[in-house]
Design a binder for this molecule. Structure first.
Ligand SMILES: Nc1ncnc2c1ncn2[C@@H]1O[C@H](COP(=O)(O)OP(=O)(O)OP(=O)(O)O)[C@@H](O)[C@H]1O
Ligand SMILES: [Mg+2]
Length: 433
């Protein structure tokens, strides 16, 4: 389970940490930095997908020319905080009872490509590997607690990628420092590979999913076999078809669709068109069959969320942008209930941003503990992240006024502005008691 993500000079954050729980909610005014947090998770996911830094930042096209990955918002020089030479991201997680920390720092030199300048992976405070840039030479890798020199890696991609994917560039014949030369003493290398895999990090980073459904994408029929929901909701029909292949999951899906939408959906059908693409048809109790083309935007959004949360190949962490978007307030409580229920089982984590006071007013105590506000500090042009529960008197006010009202009235930002910025938690903890 991901515990926290720490951002240093990433976009508008100087040095901020977001606490992450089963269900994490992020609020904040426009341009406070909510989507920048999403971008940080996307950066890590790009590593999980085995991309180079250039691909993570700029995008990646598949062999057929299709866009496989859309890169991070903004030019590379706008991903590091304006005027800074480097950013770093640290992810803390607990995997099989062990505390694991992954840290990566990216340097942006004035006249050349960004490179990995530092990277570490630790488990229970013991070093699995450390990598440090050696300019003009490459990324020097040290493995184990005794920092054994284990090879020179290519600094245009994370060491993690090169260790996990092994010798992908081995035959590329590029200049010597840019070719991974992991110590080829087989036992040594395999040992390191195993240690890295056993931290859970590659799996976690790969398993992030980002969902920002767009009705137009959800209406596109899918290619058979594509069972992972695309960022804008592509592949919806095949994702739901896969869910329906399992009788129990199908029952849960149908129950939730029934609850969440005013339509009385009794069944799903996935007809193929002559070109083999898979379409989506919803059967209603009155005998009507409604295709994805004529289903409402809100219905499709619910279906996308349900598809993502109920799918068999479940990801570890879902980042949902503006979850309340297009959803009627009367259905929000069910949406909150759905996510709190699915995440409380422990398999998946959900992080969402929201502008909705109604949504916030509905979260349970445990989600409240994992709700953070991002405040835009105009004087420093930066974002400050704080758990709402650590703001002075937040717990009391939540009881008396409701969290939604505190969001709508701007109380959170005011409370943050008036509590001392530089105390970074310690003082706020006291306020809590
Ligand atoms: N490299 C950077 N350095 C400093 N600040 C940056 C950088 N890149 C972006 N920003 C700031 O981040 C802001 C955008 O943040 P973001 O998109 O995360 O907002 P948001 O909280 O998602 O807002 P909304 O609710 O409108 O979607 C920009 O307005 C800009 O001020
Ligand atoms: Mg945003």
């Amino acid at each position: 389970m991901i515990k926290s993500i720490k951002l240093v000079n990433f976009k508008n954050f100087v040095d901020e940490t977001l606490r992450v729980g089963s269900f994490t909610v992020i609020v904040g005014t426009n341009a406070s930095g909510k989507s920048n947090v999403r971008d940080a998770f996307r950066f890590l996911h790009g590593i999980g997908r085995g991309y180079t830094l250039a691909e993570i930042f700029g995008g990646k096209y598949g062999p057929g020319g299709q866009l496989e990955w859309s890169g991070i918002r903004g030019a590379p020089y706008a991903i590091v905080r304006f005027g800074q030479p480097a950013f770093s991201i640290q992810l803390d997680l607990e995997y099989e009872g062990n505390q694991v920390t992954y840290f990566i720092k990216i340097e942006f030199p004035a006249n050349s490509e960004p490179y990995v300048s530092q990277e570490t992976l630790t488990k229970e405070s013991k070093s699995i590997y450390k990598a440090r840039a050696n300019p003009g030479f490459g990324l020097q890798l040290y493995s184990g607690t005794n920092d054994r020199e284990s090879g020179i890696l290519d600094w245009s991609k994370p060491a993690l990628t090169q260790i996990v994917l092994g010798s992908v560039d081995q035959e590329s014949g590029r200049s010597s420092w840019s070719t991974p030369t992991l110590t080829r003493i087989a036992g040594d290398y395999i040992e390191l590979y195993k240690e890295v895999i056993f931290t859970g990090i590659p799996l976690y980073l790969y398993g992030f999913r980002f969902i920002e459904p767009e009705p137009a994408s959800m209406r596109v029929p899918s290619v058979p076999g594509t069972t992972i929901l695309g960022e804008t909701g592509h592949n919806l029909s095949t994702v739901l078809e896969a869910v329906c292949a399992d009788a129990n999951r199908k029952r849960i899906l149908t129950e939730w669709v029934h609850e969440l939408t005013p339509m009385d959906v009794t069944d799903f059908e996935f007809p193929r068109d002559p070109s083999g693409l898979v379409h989506l048809l919803l059967h209603e109790s009155n005998g009507n069959k409604v295709s994805a083309y004529s289903a409402s935007d809100g219905t499709l959004r619910f279906l996308a969320l349900l598809g993502a949360l109920l799918t068999k190949d479940q990801a570890g962490l879902y980042f949902l942008e503006e979850i309340d978007n297009g959803i009627h307030p009367s259905r929000l409580s069910l949406l909150v209930e759905l996510i709190e229920k699915q995440t409380s089982k422990g398999g998946i984590q959900v992080v969402t941003t929201t502008h909705s006071p109604d949504f916030l007013g509905l979260v349970n105590d445990s989600t409240f503990e994992n709700t953070s506000v991002i405040f835009r500090d105009e004087s420093a042009a930066s974002g400050v992240i704080r758990p709402v529960s650590k703001l002075p008197k937040a717990r009391n006010l939540r009881q008396t006024q409701g969290l939604g009202r505190l969001l709508a009235s701007g109380w959170m930002e005011d409370a943050l502005a008036f509590s001392e910025f530089d105390t970074k938690g310690e003082k706020e903890e006291e306020n809590d008691e």
